[in-house]
Design a protein around this ligand. Structure first.
Ligand code: KG4
Ligand code: ZN
Length: 352
């Protein structure tokens, strides 16, 4: 009954001039809700971060994340609606992250979204979190249109993607083992620098010589595939052997050298992909896209080939619901992800 009405309504929204979407994101350690109009205009984007809660464990504890999402989701959604200056009946559809992520954490957002969709009698749109990171670029760059190459770098994914439309992607290559963000977090942890590791490593690397060679990178030659576990292990072995020898660790140099090794290969592969496909725009997406070494390095390298690099602002790189609202709108237009109330949380969906 609900689905029949909601899917008919989803069809009608395709031609509505102004589509207001309430979006919900709870895939990891940020509880977020946003109100987005036509996929590009963000009326509100409330993010309650749990970083402080997880810091003492040195990483995200899934069960703790779920409990914290439950505690704050209602307040976060209320705040997003109030800040947007809208009423509940202005909402045309609900978009929600249904994967990838921690299953218990995802369930909180999915259940909340279902309740709103049912109560308001509006369509429920399932959104893939990784694809939504890419969509953050539409919010930030109003004229951006596919095709373009996107380098997706987050805590769980590292991929080079050809984006052919907001809802169509060609996976050109990806990490065969660890994600780049995971390595930043692991190296920071071994160095005793805290969580999340990305921003701390970036800060610690400032002024470091960056001249330690941990491992010869690029075992995947000309393909867009990458690997990070060899680098991670080499850095950890280096740190352990220095410690065993009682030598002092040059933190800045270790961080700068790791950062260069992690980013340089990706930069080269991304620029090569853009050249191979004759595309003049590269976008960055995901939490690690907040990294200035990667942003600036990619922009400088691409500029030499006449290719422009676009990246979301820092706040739109890390997890937030505005990007879910953006992709939710494009999904709606393409008839993708219009869901029944039986929608399940999918921890392991891929970028396809
Ligand atoms: O996209 P995201 O917020 O969550 C996932 O979907 O995974 O990415 C989180 C990852 C973490 O590994 C974090 O350490 C990394 O992004 N990160 C950074 C920076 N800011 C966040 N990595 C490098 N430099 C940064 N400035
Ligand atoms: Zn993310």
């Amino acid at each position: 009954m609900y689905y029949k009405k909601a899917s008919a309504q989803a069809g009608k929204l395709k031609s509505k001039e102004k589509v207001t979407i309430l979006a919900v994101e709870t895939s990891c350690d940020e509880t977020s809700a946003a109100v987005v109009v036509n996929g590009r205009t963000v009326l509100s984007n409330v993010v309650a971060s749990q970083i402080e809660v997880h810091k003492r464990f040195g990483g995200v504890v899934p069960e703790v994340a779920s409990r914290n999402h439950i505690m704050c989701i209602n307040n976060v959604v209320d705040e997003a609606i109030v800040k947007a200056g809208i009423k509940l009946n202005d909402i045309d559809a609900i978009a929600v992250t249904y994967g990838a992520g921690l299953v218990g954490a995802l369930l909180v957002g999915v259940s909340t979204a279902k309740a709103f969709a049912y109560a308001l009698g509006v369509p429920l749109i399932a959104v893939n979190h990784i694809k939504a990171h890419i969509a953050a670029n539409y919010v930030e760059h109003s004229g951006l249109k596919p095709p373009f190459i996107c380098l997706v770098v987050s805590g769980g994914h590292t991929a080079i993607v050809k984006v052919t439309s907001p809802t169509h992607f060609e996976l050109l290559g990806q990490t065969q083992d660890d994600a780049i963000g995971e390595c930043y977090d692991k190296v920071a942890r071994v160095l005793g620098l805290g969580y999340p590791g990305g921003p701390i490593i970036e800060r610690t690397a400032a002024g470091g010589a960056g001249d330690i060679v941990f491992v010869r990178q690029d075992s995947f030659g000309k393909s867009c595939d990458t690997s990070f576990s060899g680098l991670k292990t080499a850095v950890i072995n280096y740190i352990n052997s220095k410690r065993q020898a009682g030598a002092e660790l040059d933190m800045a140099n270790i961080c700068a050298s790791f950062q260069a090794a992690a980013c340089n290969g990706l930069i080269e592969k991304t620029v090569k992909a853009a050249k191979d496909y004759g595309l003049k725009t590269i976008c960055l997406a995901g939490g690690v896209a907040a990294n200035k070494y990667l942003r600036n390095g990619l922009a400088e390298r691409a500029a030499k080939e006449g290719i422009e690099v676009l990246a979301p602002t820092m706040a739109m790189c890390t997890d937030n619901a505005a990007m879910i609202g953006a992709l939710g709108y494009f999904n709606l237009l393409a008839g993708v992800g219009i869901s029944e109330l039986s929608l399940k949380a999918e921890p392991n969906i891929e970028l396809k």
